[in-house]
Design a protein around this ligand. Structure first.
Ligand SMILES: Cc1ncc(COP(=O)(O)O)c(C=O)c1O
Length: 338
């Protein structure tokens, strides 16, 4: 084992962060584990996996970290109902529905479906939403494009009827969600001291960008030396970086830091396949091989594309066999069953 690196105080405003309400929902810390059979499969660096798929069973994945801040704030505000949105197979909506069930809150989910009607069969995350007792409202893609307005008008109507509503944006990707992921990154920094070599990259699937914003926020302020790689699963680099920039600007405006961070952060959009929710044959095949060489379950929409991206960069000679790379498993195993 090498000496434990020290990154000093994290250099951002913990005092303010600690004053924010947070409720414990995730089983933490999630393990950071080496997967030599993935190294063998990809023919490259040491591959470590940060197991955020293990934040819970139903209540699993990166979204649970974000919900700790959102639902903490909702409860402190006296909310009895939470509203959020996503695709029919959204991991975030499923996690919200189950967390709400645990806390005795009503969950109202705005799910995007092509026709604006329920799919013929409810499976995987969608079925879990139903089992958790969430109220589901289906919206067309056009309505979904106006999701913030749709949810705030619904919340306003509820408030008029005496409901105390709390709106969580898509993917819980705002400052509160960012804080959950920044906290996760700090957790990983502590664990990474046990990795016997140079950590060159932390690799994650990126979409609504709260995860990237949180990792970048913590990395920039801690001086953690590895490159953060945000592997897009559907959006362009410009869309992702604009979202991250907007979240950081809000965080600074809220006094959580004096300036936006400048972490070592790279966005990749060459592994988006056919776009959100559409994986290529090669991506699905690689995802299956990765499962057979690790016992890990990947989500074709998110982690499947991210592991494909990592394998492709390794195949392209990006890392050396002595390097250590951390693949952040953000969860989503239920969608592997769709
Ligand atoms: C399994 C999984 N991984 C990664 C992501 C992407 O995280 P973010 O939306 O914070 O970019 C999501 C978001 O839904 C997800 O469900």
């Amino acid at each position: 084992m090498v000496g434990r690196p020290t990154y000093g105080r994290f250099g951002w405003h913990h005092a303010r962060m600690d004053q924010l309400p947070r409720i414990e929902l995730a089983h933490l810390p999630t393990p950071l584990v080496e997967y030599p059979r993935l190294t063998e499969l990809f023919g490259g660096p040491h591959v470590w996996v940060k197991r955020d798929d293990l934040t819970g069973f139903g209540l699993s994945g990166n979204k649970v970290r974000k919900l700790e801040y959102h639902l903490g704030a909702a409860l402190e505000a006296g909310a009895d109902t939470v509203l959020t949105c996503g695709a029919v197979q959204s991991n975030h909506c499923r996690a919200t529905a189950l967390a709400a069930a645990r806390l005795g809150l009503r969950a109202v989910l705005f799910l995007r479906s092509t026709s604006g009607r329920p799919p013929e069969r409810s499976v995987a995350n969608h079925r879990l939403d139903e089992l958790a007792g969430a109220e589901i409202r289906y919206v067309t893609p056009d309505e979904y494009a106006q999701r913030d307005t749709v949810m705030s008008s619904a919340a306003a109507e509820m408030e008029e009827a005496g409901v105390r509503a709390w709106v969580i944006p898509e993917g819980a990707s705002d400052v509160l969600g960012m804080l959950g992921m920044a906290r996760g990154f700090e957790e990983m920094i502590g664990q990474s001291a046990d990795i016997p070599g140079r950590i060159v990259a932390v690799w994650h699937a990126a979409s609504s960008a709260g995860t990237t914003a949180g990792f970048g926020w913590a990395a920039g302020r801690s001086g953690f030396p590895a490159l953060n790689i945000a592997c897009s699963i559907g959006d362009s680099i410009g869309e992702l970086s604009d979202r991250v920039g907007a979240i950081w600007a809000d965080a600074v405006a809220l006094g959580l830091g004096s300036s936006v961070p400048s972490p070592d952060l790279e966005y990749l959009d060459r592994y988006v396949g056919g776009g959100y929710g559409i994986a290529s044959k090669a991506q699905l095949e690689l995802q299956d091989k990765a499962t057979r060489n690790s016992g890990l379950l990947f989500d074709p929409t998110y982690t499947g594309k991210a592991i494909y991206g990592l394998a492709s960069e390794i195949a392209g000679g990006r890392f050396s066999p002595d390097d250590h790379v951390i693949f952040w498993h953000t969860g989503g195993g239920f969608a592997a069953l769709v």
